[in-house]
Design a protein around this ligand. Structure first.
Ligand SMILES: Cc1ncc(COP(=O)(O)O)c(C=O)c1O
Length: 349
């Protein structure tokens, strides 16, 4: 279903609320959330905690805020934090790790989207008067926002084991954790098992207009509430956000992610037959398709040609583009997009 005739493939964050979300906004029970008296928020937090296999949860306004609240909760000033060099928390949060959390990021490369536990292990510092303390390992699943690679349960467990051995906690940015769980056919709670805190965004494939939920033990979430408040993230009648969020975390929306994945697979298979571009081999295990144009082709003309035809895709550096399926992309939209790409490519030589 296109909106205003536009096929929006830049991100799953560009979606409008579903009908059920609009209906949920019709006078949900509200209260003061800073005092933890909003019943709709409380329901959302219970639902998220249960889905993520944790005791407790808190609603934050965005994924970025949930990430920063988590790092502030789990580290001390001057700690070193191991992060993937492809992660959102390292690349796209305006250096908040340094500016707000006052920690030092130690990037680790994860070549095929999985985490190299041997490399992570080698980066954990021995205690010493001069060395920073390794305070946290940040993981992301799905990983790499331009590829959406599900990190396998085996890989998550391997890092979990080393985190326990080294006594360094894990934070999991699970902005799209339900996409990972659907692709891997595992329970989201299994993927989050070794994380002291995990967040999920309600606004990505799940389609809600606002909100992310951070989950962990009751004690850790209690501390995280203070950090959220410190950041100005305390809200009043936040049930307005939680009501559509509950629809986003409903069985129906979570199951629908598989349809997004199927459409991404169809798109990927069709584009593989198109001359002039490469489709990233692992890129569509979830809802994200990354393509790269041949060097001889004019990437600017390709982008603007599609835009003129009402198809929005996101340039992600060089001649690479990403396309993300979501609940407002239909089978027909995929066919129209493939035809348009074929047509536009003929003008880009
Ligand atoms: C992996 C990941 N983490 C965090 C975020 C941040 O979410 P928000 O845009 O709600 O701040 C995003 C957003 O795209 C993301 O892809």
């Amino acid at each position: 279903m296109t909106v205003d005739g536009i096929i929006e493939l830049r991100s799953d964050t560009f979606t409008q609320p579903t009908d059920a979300m609009w209906e949920a906004l019709d006078r949900p029970p509200l209260g003061d959330d800073i005092s933890q008296e909003d019943p709709t928020v409380a329901r959302l937090e219970r639902r998220a905690a249960s889905l993520l296999g944790k005791e407790d949860a808190l609603l934050a306004i965005s994924g970025t805020m949930a990430n920063q609240v988590a790092v502030m909760t789990l580290t001390e000033r001057g700690d070193e934090v191991i992060v993937s060099d492809r992660s959102h928390i390292y690349n796209l949060e305006v250096a908040a790790l340094a500016a707000l959390c006052q920690v030092q990021a130690r990037p680790v490369h994860s070549a095929d989207g999985q985490f190299d536990s041997a490399q992570i292990s080698s980066l954990i510092r021995s205690p010493g008067i001069q060395a920073p303390k390794t305070g946290l390992i940040c993981l992301e699943n799905t990983h790499d926002l331009n590829q959406g690679i599900p990190v396998t349960l085996e890989n998550m467990r391997r890092v979990g084991e080393l985190s326990r051995d080294a006594g360094v906690p894990i934070y999991l940015d699970g902005a799209r954790i339900f996409n990972a769980a659907a692709a891997l056919e595992v329970d989201a709670g299994e993927l989050t098992q070794d994380a002291s805190l995990v967040q999920v965004c309600l606004t990505k494939g799940l389609g809600a207009p606002l909100g992310s939920v951070l989950a962990g033990t009751q004690e850790t979430i209690g501390r995280a509430r203070h950090m959220k408040q410190r950041l100005g993230g305390g809200m009043r009648q936040a049930g307005i956000i939680a009501a559509p969020g509950l629809v986003a975390l409903g069985d129906e929306r979570i199951a629908a992610l598989r349809e997004d994945h199927r459409r991404a697979r169809v798109l990927r298979a069709a584009l593989r037959e198109v001359e002039g571009l490469d489709v990233y081999p692992r890129a569509t295990l979830t809802n994200i398709v990354k393509i790269q144009l041949d060097a001889a082709l004019d990437a600017g003309r390709f982008h603007s040609g599609l835009k003129r035809r009402g198809i929005r895709i996101k340039p992600v550096g060089g001649a690479a583009f990403r396309m993300v399926t979501h609940h407002q992309v239909s089978d027909e939209d995929i066919s129209v997009t493939v035809c348009a790409i074929r047509e536009v490519l003929t003008t880009c030589g």
